[in-house]
Each structure stands twice: as C-alpha cells, then as structure tokens.
Write a new protein. Structure first.
Ligand code: HEM
Length: 511
C-alpha cells in the first residue's frame, strides 16, 4: 500500500489487483485453472447440449453480466485525466493547507469533466451544465473540489435537488427531456433565473473539455495556522480561454471525427491530445470575503445562486493545473473515481452554505451504493500519503492488515497507534433558532438582470439566441398558461424589456 510521487505525478500503486493473469501468457479462470479452450463450451458430444458443469463458461458469462456498475445518478457522462497542480502564489496567510504553502510545490491531481443530465453514452454536444471535479492527492490526504462550469446553481437548498434533477432528466413516461417540465419546476424557484442566463445563453454548449471553465460554486472557508477563517470561492480558467458552440455549430464541430466518435468529441479531443503530448492547462484563482464582512452586501455570500462580482472581489491567482496523463483504464480510474465535497484537508473547510452542507453527505452515500462500501480503497481514490484507522472488513475489502489489535486505545506495547496532532479546524460560534425557511436576503433578479443587460442584450445575435431558447421551451404544447404566466413575471423581474419580448414572442407563436 505504498504510493509515491515523482515530479508531482502519481505512480502506480504497488498493490496488484487480483486479475486473471498468471505470470505466463496462458489464459486462466479467476481461480487460476488453465483455460485450454476459450472458444468452445463443454458439450455432451459434438452436437449435444452444453453441460451445466462447465464452470469456466458460467464464470465467464457471469463475470460479463456484472461488468456494469450503476452509472452516476447525475454527471454520468464524463472523462478523467491526471496530472498535477502547481502552486504559483503562496496563500499560507489565508490557509495552512499543505498544497497552498511553498511556491512551486506540485500536488498530483485527477480531474473528471462531465455533462450532467443525460446517460453515460449521451452526446457531448448537449446544452447542459458541465461538471469540473478535481481530486488533489496532497501530502496530508485528499481534497476533492467538486464544481461545475457555471459559478452559480439552480437552487440554494439541497432538499430541492432530487426534484430539480427529476425535472431536468427525461420525462419518466417518454424518456425524452422536455423544456416544459424544467420550466414547470423552476417557475417556483425564481433564483434559477440567474443560471438560466448562462445555460440558455451561448455558454450552454461548451466547445470541448480543454477550454472548459470551472467554479467551485459553493462557498468554502480557508483556515490559517492561527485558526483565522476566510470565506472563499474557487475558479479554474482554461489556458486559451473558454469556448462555446451555438446550436447550429455542433454538427460541423464534430463532422471531421470518425462517426463513432462524433457523440464523444470532447472526450476524443482531450484524450487524443494528451496522448499526443499536448497537456491541458488551467490557472486556479480564489475570491475571498472576510468573515466579519459577510452581511455587508446586497446578496448573501452563502447563496449559490449568486456570483461574487469580480470588480468587487478580484480574482487572486493561486496556481495552475496541468493534465498531461490519460487514465489507463476507464472503468477503474474514471467510472470508479469518487469525489465528495465533504473531503477536505486541514486549512480548507465547508461553510454555512446550505447547498454545500447537503452535498457533503450526498456523494459518499451515492458512492457506497454505486461502487461499494470500500470504494475509497480503490487505487484511484486512495490517499497517496500514509493512512491508517480501525475501519474494518466489509465487502471487497482487500487490505491484508497483519495485526491483532484493530481497536483503539490499546495497552499492547507494539501498537504505537495514536491520535494525530491537532490541526486547525473551524471554531466559530454557532447559534440559531431551529427553522425551515428560505434565507432572508434572496435578491433573485438583480444579478441575472445585470448579466442580461451587460453581456446578452448588447449583442443582437446573442440576445436572439438566448430569447429563442427561452421561447422554444415556453412554446412547447405542454407548457400551460400557469407556467407561462409565472415566467412572464420572472423574466420581467429580471429585465422589463426581456419580459415583454418573451411574452410577445410566446403569445405570437401559440395563438
Ligand atoms: C455528482 C457538482 C449539487 C448530488 C456530481 C459531480 C459534480 C457535481 C461535478 C460529478 C462528480 C464526478 O465527476 O464523479 C455539483 C455542484 C453542485 C451540485 C457544483 C451545486 C453547487 C448537488 C446536490 C446534491 C448532489 C445539492 C445532493 C444533495 C450528487 C450526486 C452525484 C453528484 C449524488 C453522483 C455522485 C457519484 O455517484 O459519484 N455533482 N453538484 N449534487 N452530485 Fe452534485
């Protein structure tokens, strides 16, 4: 279970998975019996029935039958690449995290880029949010930063997430994604107008993986060596800038690829370029807000439907990420990689962002089901620093711990297991009356209105594309008057002119 780092890269762990290869090239069964015929089942005579005693046949088919583990409930379609994070600006004055101390320090990473809503084999040209998840294998354990390509989210409370995903996923009857269902649900969530000014704008179809922007989305806390806390947002900026496709560019963009790769153009692009030696590079930035300042703004910094405007909270450079290594096995290193927003290292922590708080539990729960209880023992998920505890046994726990004491504390002399030295942790006072209510400062329309007026409306073609996307969902036959009326009102609250235009266009198309 030793892992080492070389030049900031992961080296293959020494643990050898139980495969069906012996040290010769002969085929064997899983238990090592030589397979002298891999083409013919065992039958009663040349034309007789197949014998049930053919363990080799049954094992081979049974193994095949179980090749699929459930795909992720969201973000099923994606790819992972490996590389390193390099610190370019020391921020130890804000965080005592090992990876943020010492300019030039390299930390190995694995990053998975994904679409969100559709299945594992769905086209990568779909209008959809993209996932941007990075596992940092720091010397003090793993840190997972599990973000998206938009800085904001549809909702600000995790209890609404299952309904949101049901509305965005295909209709349970027809298995077709339908705009009216999305609008129906979101009409009760005016805070979603902001992310719709990204999703239905040109940002809705990113051109490829290497030019994808990334955002931590949630508000996190940095903690320095003295325990001082600072609220933080994380940003990834692609070298070469973010690139997008309009609806009518998608076919041309994939046309040069062999037909089976056209629905995988983003994966093919990043995989093939890394294989050809061309790394993908992002710079990493933070925005910060002092804890004592968090109530001073016209938005709530813990509300994930809001950006922290960059003119008010400038991006501070921190490092860069270089992805220059493809996975060797898609199943073991991409399908089985498991990110969780609750996995932190000392110096980085969560915050009272309630969407983040629900996420901190949802992912590990999903992965225990999706991969199995001991999913963190898989090589791609293991920390690359020493780790030890008395968590014990469970299905597919392949660790062979040569020990008699699997409890703590113990008085047996040869165990020197002890609690780790205390590191910084959140230590602020928590108080409040138990309640279930929205946050007090919702301010749902100001930021989408500003985005519409400054970025979308001044460009006539972009404005037309944006309004066209809204109108196409709103004119679906099942988008009834109640849903439409709510959206006329929401879009008018975002911008009076936008609301009027949408209403006119929808009414003209549906009269
Ligand atoms: C998966 C991002 C909100 C539940 C993912 C992944 C990303 C992501 C990037 C894919 C990780 C991978 O590549 O393996 C986000 C962001 C959110 C958000 C940025 C909002 C800020 C939520 C919420 C919940 C949730 C509120 C539930 C309360 C899940 C689950 C998975 C997932 C269950 C699948 C995990 C797995 O099976 O490995 N999310 N998500 N997400 N997300 Fe979220």
């Amino acid at each position: 279970r030793q892992h080492s780092m070389h030049n900031g890269h992961l080296e293959t762990p020494n643990w050898v998975p139980p495969t069906n290869h012996t040290n010769t090239d002969e085929l064997t069964t899983n238990a090592g019996q030589r397979v002298h015929s891999n083409r013919f089942s065992c039958t009663a005579g040349p034309r007789g029935p197949v014998l049930l005693e053919d363990f080799q046949l049954i094992e081979k088919v049974a193994q095949f039958n179980r090749e699929r583990q459930p795909e992720r409930v969201v973000h099923a379609r994606g790819m992972t690449a490996k590389g390193y994070f390099e610190l370019t600006h020391d921020i130890s004055h804000l965080s005592c995290a090992d990876l943020f101390t010492g300019v030039g320090k390299r930390t190995p990473v694995a990053t998975r880029l994904s679409t969100v809503i559709h299945e594992k084999g769905s086209p990568e040209t779909m209008r959809d949010v993209r996932g941007f998840a990075t596992k940092f294998y720091t010397q003090e354990g793993n840190w997972d930063l599990v973000g998206n390509n938009f800085p904001i989210f549809f909702i600000r409370d995790g209890i609404q997430f299952p309904d949101l995903v049901h509305a965005l996923k295909p209709n349970p009857k027809s298995h077709l994604q339908e705009g009216w269902r999305i609008l129906d649900f979101l009409s009760s969530h005016p805070e979603s107008t902001h992310i719709l000014t990204w999703l239905l704008d040109d940002n809705g179809i990113p051109a490829d993986w290497r030019s994808l922007e990334g955002f931590g989305v949630n508000t996190y806390t940095l903690v320095d060596a003295q325990g001082k806390e600072t609220l933080v947002k994380f940003h990834w900026k692609p070298e070469g800038g973010a690139k997008f496709l309009t609806d009518d560019q998608t076919d041309a963009h994939t046309a040069d690829l062999p037909p089976p790769h056209r629905h995988s153009h983003a994966t093919a692009g990043l995989y093939n370029s890394i294989a050809a030696g061309e790394a993908a590079v992002w710079t990493f930035h933070i925005q910060t807000i002092a804890i004592e300042d968090q109530d001073m703004f016209d938005f709530d910094p813990l509300d994930d439907t809001k950006i922290w405007p960059e003119d008010q909270f400038p991006l501070q450079p921190v490092g860069k990420m270089v992805l220059d290594e493809n996975v060797n096995n898609f199943h073991s290193e991409s399908e089985s990689i498991a990110f969780a927003p609750g996995i932190f290292v000392a110096g980085i922590n969560g915050s009272n962002d309630r969407l983040l708080q629900s996420r901190m539990h949802a992912y590990a729960d999903a992965q225990r089901y999706r991969i199995g209880d001991n999913y963190l023992l898989l090589p791609i998920n293991q920390p690359k620093c020493p780790y030890h505890n008395n968590h014990n046994e469970g299905q597919l726990n392949f660790m062979i711990k040569d020990e008699e004491v699997n409890y703590w504390p113990s008085n047996v002399e040869h165990t020197n297991e002890h609690e780790a030295v205390k590191t910084t942790d959140l230590s602020h006072k928590i108080q409040g009356v138990r309640t279930r209510a929205d946050i007090p400062k919702t301010n749902d329309f100001q930021q989408p209105g500003e985005r519409y007026r400054t970025l979308i409306a001044p460009d006539a073609k972009r404005k037309e594309r944006f309004i066209g996307h809204i109108v196409s969902w709103m004119t679906e036959p099942k988008c009834n008057e109640a849903i439409r009326n709510k959206w006329y009102s929401h879009w008018s609250n975002v911008d009076a002119d936008l609301g009027k235009l949408v209403e006119e266009r929808v009414k003209a198309a549906t009269k």
